[in-house]
Design a protein around this ligand. Sequence first.
Ligand SMILES: CC(=O)SCCNC(=O)CCNC(=O)[C@H](O)C(C)(C)COP(=O)(O)OP(=O)(O)OC[C@H]1O[C@@H](n2cnc3c(N)ncnc32)[C@H](O)[C@@H]1OP(=O)(O)O
Length: 209
Amino acid sequence: MASIVVVGGGGHAKVVISVLKKAGYQVAGYTDRQDRGPLLGIPWLGGDGVLLGVLGTHPGCGAVIGVGKIDTARLRLALQDDIAGLGFDFPVIVSPHAMINEEVTLGAGTVVFDGVVVNSGTETGRACILNTNSTVEHDCRLGDNVHIAPGVTLSGGVVVGRNTMIGTGATVIQSVSICEDCMIGAGSTVVRDITVPGTYVGSPARRIK
Ligand SMILES: CC(=O)SCCNC(=O)CCNC(=O)[C@H](O)C(C)(C)COP(=O)(O)OP(=O)(O)OC[C@H]1O[C@@H](n2cnc3c(N)ncnc32)[C@H](O)[C@@H]1OP(=O)(O)O
């Protein structure tokens, strides 16, 4: 059984741990600046400074970023890059209750939660979150550190630039491109290309910031 350490101990980490257990990983523990007590029975190991020691006690241990993302910050990817530099692999984590169809490529450290459907021809970058019950249709292209929040629908051939977050329940129609560093509000509908980074809300989605 592959062992893995979770970086971060908040609410997102809890859901990551739940998926890891179902996917058959041995979760060595989680790191966080503070001891939040056991998370679903998984112990706190200490701050990120303990990670090198974890590689000593668990040779070949992988890592996954358990820090969530509700904005366009690059933090998750920066953490992943730093920790990969210590020698950790970042496997792709897929819930056994997700459906990944043929010819899908998921980047290192991407986590796919329960109820997600990813259709053929889609590619994601590194450290993406495909959150609960989202749908990523055929031939989509997602950059690094993209968060597809719960219940989102990306129609076929959608492009999403790096660091962008698509908020809960949003819909993007087919063949639309959304550039990097965008925040798409919950429940919005994106019907045309977005080429300027910013915050977009509503149906059709319009820029507010
Ligand atoms: C498992 C998990 O929990 S994963 C986390 C999932 N979380 C999300 O999907 C959150 C997505 N975030 C949102 O939708 C936010 O409302 C944002 C980022 C779009 C905007 O947040 P802020 O930048 O704080 O903007 P603020 O709340 O000040 O709203 C600005 C205006 O936009 C409107 N607005 C904000 N969000 C939306 C939205 N989703 N749809 C329509 N209008 C919206 C507000 O009503 C406000 O309008 P007003 O100026 O007429 O009063």
